[in-house]
Design a protein around this ligand. Structure first.
Ligand SMILES: Nc1ncnc2c1ncn2[C@@H]1O[C@H](COP(=O)(O)OP(=O)(O)OP(=O)(O)O)[C@@H](O)[C@H]1O
Ligand SMILES: [Mg+2]
Length: 456
């Protein structure tokens, strides 16, 4: 993707997220600032630290959604972690660094895929040559084993001349025309089943920057398996193989590390779950411990990864949390200081719910319409039906627990349950959903608070 201006970023986010102007604005500015920094003269560049952000807001108002959409918008390496995962049993302090390693890994894979895409044409050409080699071994006739006999060409004279270029070109024409697609040939393919290697690679040795998998992989004999495949499949396999060879992995690795250092973004979700000072009971890692481990990474340190040392100074961190129980001020002061920008997301009301139901590109109403259309059932929603659903969502959120826009998901599912169950066997495939229908399906449950606690 290109470098979007803040306004354009907000506009893109608007396609999926209703309201939450302030949050969109802050993330848009932060994102654009990465680009701005890279245009500054090098001396000053190093001095400009990213302004990390905390998104604060109740559950289900779009915090994670903003992060998700942001990730699709930017070309920057983007990784999302749940802070609470670091308090789980079995985690040790330095595991917090794994977020950096994961980000690099992700970036390496993205760049590799992109490179492979770029060499696709060349790889396809090479694969074609290899298939032709198999179909028509370049060796003299006498050496050709019985079961690998050159393919019979209708034009006998050509074949009898020699294995020369004439025949090869004829074969190539047939190959390109897809006439040989179904022919079976023997192909030596890399045998990927080496489970032994996998066992080692998770054991934390990675911190030393050693790629155990590659090391062991090189020690072990390259195992290949001979398989019978169709020409069509062989072309596909060989193109992939050639593409992998053509990619300059050293270059990919250096590029990935540089990209992560210069424009990486890490989204730390549920950061409120590690706020609060209480000593944890049992084997959980203490919350404060996780915060302390997080500190150097957010502040800027060097993290060894298998692709090289990654400096985290300029990585942008966006944290988010509901902060129901704890407050941002419950984070240790040093960490608070590393997140200078705080944005509050507002809780959503009936108007927003109406818009969320209908406006976003992936709006719930559109999703259900599309789902049922696959069964030949056409549902449509009247405006007052949508308003009714929104109003009920507000009611239920107020009377039970406020789960924000997630309430719409439960309501919609319940509302359409009968139709979803019956489809495609419905009497009339044109179903109009109006306020009366909504009322009929949902009111009994809504009126009974106990019932709605369980069902909605
Ligand atoms: N402002 C919004 N616009 C459009 N859809 C929204 C909005 N807020 C929430 N949603 C929808 O509600 C669902 C939950 O939102 P999201 O995952 O962003 O919640 P959250 O704020 O991260 O909550 P939590 O604190 O529980 O993690 C998503 O599927 C999203 O589509
Ligand atoms: Mg969330």
């Amino acid at each position: 993707m290109k470098d979007l201006k803040p306004r354009e970023i907000v506009k893109e986010l608007d396609k999926y997220i209703i309201g939450q102007k302030d949050a969109k604005k802050s993330v848009a500015i932060a994102l654009r600032n990465r680009w701005r920094r890279r245009q500054v003269e090098p001396d000053l560049q190093d001095e400009i630290a990213p302004k990390n952000i905390i998104l604060i807001g109740p559950t289900g108002v779009g915090k994670t959604e903003i992060a998700r959409r942001l990730a699709n918008l930017t070309d920057s390496p983007f990784y999302k972690v749940e802070a609470s995962k670091f308090t789980e049993v079995g985690y040790v302090g330095r595991d917090v660094e794994s977020m950096i390693r994961d980000l690099v890994e992700l970036t390496v894979n993205t760049l590799k895929a992109r490179q492979q895409e770029a060499v696709q044409e060349k790889a396809a050409r090479l694969a074609e040559e290899r298939v032709l080699d198999i179909l028509l071994p370049p060796t003299p006739r006498s050496n050709v084993p019985e079961d690998n006999k050159p393919i019979q060409i209708s034009d006998h004279t050509a074949q009898n001349q020699d294995t020369g270029s004439g025949t090869r070109e004829k074969l190539r024409t047939m190959l390109r025309a897809g006439k040989l697609d179904t022919r079976q040939i023997d192909l030596d393919v890399a045998d990927r089943s080496s489970p032994m290697v996998e066992i080692f690679s998770n054991s934390g040795i990675e911190e030393m920057g050693i790629n155990v998998k590659d090391m062991l992989g090189n020690l072990m004999p390259k195992s290949t398996k001979r398989r019978k495949v169709s020409v069509k499949e062989a072309l596909k396999i060989l193109t992939q193989e050639e593409a992998a060879h053509l990619v300059d992995m050293d270059r990919v690795k250096t590029d990935a590390v540089a990209m992560v250092e210069q424009s990486g973004i890490i989204f730390i979700d549920e950061i409120d779950k590690i706020a609060g000072k209480e000593k944890s009971q049992g084997p959980e890692v203490s919350k404060e411990g996780v915060q302390r481990d997080l500190l150097p990474i957010v502040e800027g340190s060097s993290v060894p990864t298998k692709y090289g040392i990654v400096k985290t100074d300029h990585i942008l961190f966006i944290a988010s949390g509901a902060f129901h129980v704890s407050k941002p001020s419950d984070l240790i002061p040093e960490l608070q200081g590393r997140f200078p920008i705080r944005v509050e997301l507002t809780s959503l009301g009936a108007d927003e719910f109406v818009r969320i139901l209908t406006e976003p590109k992936n709006a719930l109403v559109l999703q259900y319409i599309a789902l049922l259309r696959t069964e030949g059932v056409d549902i449509s929603f009247t405006q007052d039906a949508v308003e009714k659903i929104a109003a009920i969502a507000v009611d239920v959120n107020a009377s039970t627990e406020n789960i924000g826009a997630r309430r719409l998901h439960t309501l919609m599912e319940k509302l359409l349950e009968e139709i979803l169950f019956a489809a495609p066997d419905v009497a009339d495939p044109q179903i109009k959903i109006d306020a009366a229908f909504v009322e009929k399906q949902l009111m009994d449950i809504v009126k009974n608070e106990d019932l709605s606690r369980y069902i909605l």
